[in-house]
Every structure is written in structure tokens, then in C-alpha cells.
Write a protein that binds this ligand. Structure first.
Ligand SMILES: [Zn+2]
Length: 387
């Protein structure tokens, strides 16, 4: 059965409208594991008599759009596979159709916002060019944009993300998830134009090459891991773009702001939680638990010379801890979990000071008050989880 590929903005709208939960098992779905499912299977269109009969039975109008929001719901891939395109028993079908109907207005509104964005997006391109050509300053841009961006759900990507055709930095909107998911990513360090991943099945190794975020996420779901130490390092970029897409799909303009308004940044190491520090061994993780229960801060560890700050810029920080390096940088600021409070999406890259190991991840930090430290937000799934 041919799978219909929906635009990412439509997928994001349906996913958001249903609070990111699977219609069939009600558990949370990660963006990579999201399937948009037809409640009434789309193949029934090819059997017009059956279709008309079914519409009549369900008391739906004859112009019911089988590919429309009233028939589309989010589900896990494996939950959707179990359904295998079959026509559900009537009571179950009606139950799911009524849920889709309840969520319709919300999904429609989100989808329209994405489309609206597409038309208005030229504005941000013009400003970006003006900034690059030095015709306006960053401060002027900020004040110009803040009012506009707030009304448009636009956010500034603070770190340059490398793609094959260009780099991404500056203003992006929720609609950009469409473009980002299928855009080839250029890993940085070793000049590779692809990532090699491998899995072993019945002790036979299978390899696959990925270039886009979608290919990478699907490979991870299929049980592939980055192959060499180089690939593991390069994978940090794929993780970063994936996390940005997931974050953007949910990003909202915050109502309360204890980061930007307070000029707090990732470089304020005295505000950072100790659990950002890199850990490799079980012994270190037990020590970390002690730090947390004793309220030990990064500043304390600096005083004890356990942590050494190597460099910092307004939106990044490099430090050494034990025998590891850690680089943190800001990617996006927005309300990412719909609690009204501004969050900070950051990239984290750790490596052994001697040796070849290096790996990246992404995290979300937030601040709940002007006299509060940063805390790690755990209710946003930024990783691709293997089923
Ligand atoms: Zn499910």
C-alpha cells in the first residue's frame, strides 16, 4: 500500500493538536515516530460503492474528504502498522472520527498559521540580508523584529547550523520544519557529505548512508547506529537539527521570560545545573547524585578546581571537567513545552581530552524566576527513541 507523504507542517499541526499523543494507545509520540493515519483507510476511495455505503453508515456527508483533517489522526508507526489499513469496527471508527472532529479546529488553525508564515517569510529574508550587508545593526534588527516576530511565531536560531546548500541562522518560523527535515545536512569536522550507519541482523552487518534529518531519524528507528567514531561525532549535527525541528514544531512566544529579559545566557556558568557536566563512568554518576543532593553548584566545582572554564562567548561555553571537555551553545529561545515560560534549547558536545571519543546531544533549560538557576526540562522528547 502506497504511503501518502504529508507536508511536515501538516504532520506538525496534527501532532500538536492532539497534544503529541497516539490516538490508538494514548502514549506520547516522538516526531520521528509519528505516522499520520487515515481513520477510514484511503484505499477505500478506489471502491466507490463501498465508500458511499460507509459514508452513509457513518452518517457522513458525501463530500467527506478522506485526506482531510477530519479523517487524519496521529499514531505511532507500530500502532498504525497493527491496523494495516483495515476498516475499523463501526463503533471504534466513530469514536476516533469524533476525536478528530474535536481537534479539527485546533489542527486547522495551526496548519493555517504555517501557511500564512510561508507567505510572510520574505520579510525575514530581507532583514537577514540587510543585517549581513551591514545596513542595519543587530540591535536595530532585534527591536524591529521583536514586535513582528511575536505576532508571527518566529524565533531566532542562535547557532549556525550547516546544510549542504547553505547555513541556517537567524529567524525561522514554525513552518520551516517542512524545509529542514528533508534538507541534506553537511557534517562539519571531516568533510564527509554523509553519515554511515550500521546495524547487525543475525550477526550480519548492514550499512546505510544518510544525508537528511528524516533519513537519519528513520535509520535510528530501524535500529542503526552511527558506524565509526567520526560518524558518532558528525551525528551531533543530525541530532541538533532534529531537536530544532521538534522544538520549532512546538515553539510558542513565551508569556513569562526569565532568560532573555534578564540577559541570562548559557555563558552564565554560575546559573547552570551540575547535571550538564559530562559523565562516563558509574562512579562519576554516583558522585553526580551526591552533588545534586548536597546542592553543589558548578561555581563550587570551579572553586575546587574540578571544573575549569576554558572559554565563553555570549551564547556558548567551553569547560573541562575531570578528563572531559564540554561545549555548550544556545540554539533557540522560545516556550517549548507550552507552560508559558521561556525555555532555552542548547546543543551539548562532550569529548575525552585524550582519545578520540566525542558525541553530541541536545537539552532544554529553563528558569522559573529572576533569582533562580537554570534547570533541565525533562518533559520534551528531543531524541529519536528506538521502539
Ligand atoms: Zn501508539
Amino acid at each position: 500500500m502506497a504511503r501518502i507523504v504529508f507536508p511536515t507542517s501538516k504532520r506538525a499541526a496534527i501532532w500538536q493538536a492532539h497534544e503529541r499523543r497516539c490516538i490508538y494507545c494514548t502514549e506520547l509520540i516522538t516526531f520521528a515516530d509519528l505516522d499520520v493515519d487515515h481513520i477510514i483507510p484511503s484505499h477505500i476511495k478506489n471502491q466507490p460503492e463501498e465508500f458511499t455505503k460507509l459514508l452513509h453508515e457513518y452518517e457522513l456527508s458525501n463530500d467527506f474528504d478522506i485526506d482531510g483533517l477530519l479523517n487524519l489522526v496521529p499514531s505511532h508507526r507500530h500502532c498504525n502498522l497493527q491496523k494495516k489499513g483495515q476498516v475499523l469496527p463501526k463503533s471504534r471508527a466513530l469514536h476516533f472520527l469524533s476525536i478528530a472532529e474535536n481537534k479539527h479546529n485546533k489542527a486547522y488553525k495551526i496548519e493555517q498559521e504555517h501557511k500564512e508564515q510561508l507567505k510572510k517569510d520574505k520579510f525575514s529574508v530581507i532583514l537577514q540580508v540587510a543585517l549581513e550587508e551591514g545596513r542595519i545593526s543587530r540591535e536595530e534588527l532585534s527591536s524591529l523584529v521583536s514586535g513582528y516576530a511575536k505576532s508571527r511565531n518566529m524565533f531566532e536560531v542562535l547557532t549556525t547550523l550547516p546544510f549542504v546548500d547553505s547555513e541556517l541562522k537567524g529567524l525561522v518560523s514554525s513552518y520551516d520544519v517542512d524545509l529542514l527535515y528533508d534538507r541534506p545536512i553537511l557534517p562539519r569536522l571531516h568533510g564527509l557529505d554523509k553519515l554511515t550507519m550500521a546495524r547487525s541482523i543475525l550477526s550480519k552487518e548492514e550499512k546505510i548512508e544518510v544525508r537528511t534529518c528524516r533519513e537519519w531519524a528513520e535509520a535510528v528507528l530501524d535500529g542503526y547506529d552511527a558506524l565509526s567514531t567520526y560518524d558518532i561525532k558528525e551525528e551531533a549535527f543530525f541530532k541538533r537539527v532534529y531537536a530544532l525541528i521538534v522544538a520549532l514544531a512546538q515553539a510558542k512566544v513565551p508569556k513569562h521570560n526569565f532568560i532573555s529579559d534578564q540577559k541570562a545566557t548559557i555563558a552564565n556558568f554560575d546559573l547552570l545545573p551540575v547535571d550538564l557536566l559530562p559523565i562516563l563512568s558509574g562512579e562519576e554518576s554516583r558522585e553526580m547524585e551526591r552533588f545534586k543532593s548536597d546542592g553543589v553548584s558548578i561555581s563550587d566545582l570551579i572553586a575546587q578546581e574540578r571544573v575549569k572554564i576554558i572559554s565563553s562567548s555570549p551564547q556558548s561555553l567551553t569547560l573541562h571537567y575531570n578528563y572531559m571537555g564540554l561545549y555548550l551553545n544556545e540554539i533557540l529561545r522560545a516556550d517549548l513545552n507550552d507552560d508559558g515560560v521561556e525555555d532555552l534549547l542548547i546543543g551539548s558536545y562532550k569529548w575525552t581530552l585524550e582519545g578520540t571519543f566525542g558525541a553530541g546531544s541536545t537539552k532544554v533549560l529553563t528558569r522559573f524566576g529572576i533569582d533562580q538557576a537554570f534547570v533541565i526540562v525533562n518533559d520534551i522528547e528531543l531524541d529519536v527513541k528506538k521502539v
